[in-house]
Design a protein around this ligand. Structure first.
Ligand SMILES: [Zn+2]
Length: 233
């Protein structure tokens, strides 16, 4: 009886404050979490996690010495991944980010390609940007991944020193040379001998990841892999 009443109230509450799908904005039905069944089944998975020399890894060849690289979803403008990213970055849907992080962790674990990761390291936002947004979406993705993979999250070890706006005006070579000014490692001793997985929401030119890998491998004796939620590659 009690459960019937509480279910009734839950349904009643949802009528006025329904949880909505992170892709299509339609109300979720009972049993659905973050994404409706339709959107969840039609997500454009890249399957890169199972692929040797996938486009993410190829894009970083000769630029950043990584062990392994992957992206969960294919990004195309106007499609579900764009809406998902928008909700995670600009609509405050933190739980959706953690949920997608769990999905990233599960796919990586099931891929059979990934050697053990020790540290999940979100790519830091510029501190001012994070203050305005209230969170770093990449840190939430890393938290979700940590629920699946046996690795610790180190949030404040890799830090961003200057705004990337000043970097975008520079050529790749200039950016490469200016890496020291962008990212820094506060506690290299916590990374020594470890396999770090950098976590970010989107990989486009790879310039940010390149700079992070450079800073990590220069400052700490570690190996680095990369996992992003989405890529247009
Ligand atoms: Zn949906």
């Amino acid at each position: 009886m009690f459960s019937t009443v509480s279910t009734y109230f839950t349904d009643f509450y949802r009528l006025f404050y329904p949880s909505i799908c992170g892709c299509c904005d339609q109300p979720l039905t009972k049993g659905e979490a973050q994404l409706c069944v339709h959107c969840r089944l039609s997500l454009p998975f890249t399957q890169y996690e199972k692929m040797e020399e996938n486009p993410v890894e190829k894009s970083l060849f000769g630029r950043a010495p990584i062990v392994y690289g992957s992206a969960l979803l294919q990004f195309s403008k106007g499609e579900s991944t764009q809406q998902l990213l928008h909700n995670i970055k600009y609509n405050g849907q933190r739980e959706l980010a953690v949920f997608m992080g769990r999905m990233m962790g599960t796919r990586l674990q099931e891929s059979g390609r990934l050697s053990a990761v020790d540290v999940l390291m979100p790519v830091p936002l510029h501190p001012q940007k994070e203050q305005v947004r209230g969170y770093n979406q990449s840190a939430l993705l890393a938290e979700g991944m940590a629920a699946i993979l046996p690795a610790e999250v180190q949030k404040n070890n890799l830090v961003r020193k200057v705004a990337t706006a000043t970097q975008t005006r520079k050529s790749r070579l200039e950016r490469w040379e200016n890496v020291e000014a962008v990212f820094d490692v506060r506690h290299p001793e916590r990374l020594r001998g470890k396999h770090i997985m950098l976590v970010d929401d989107v990989l486009t030119t790879g310039a940010t990841i390149e700079a992070c890998v450079q800073a990590l491998t220069e400052k700490a004796d570690c190996s680095v892999s990369v996992a992003v939620l989405a890529t247009p590659m």
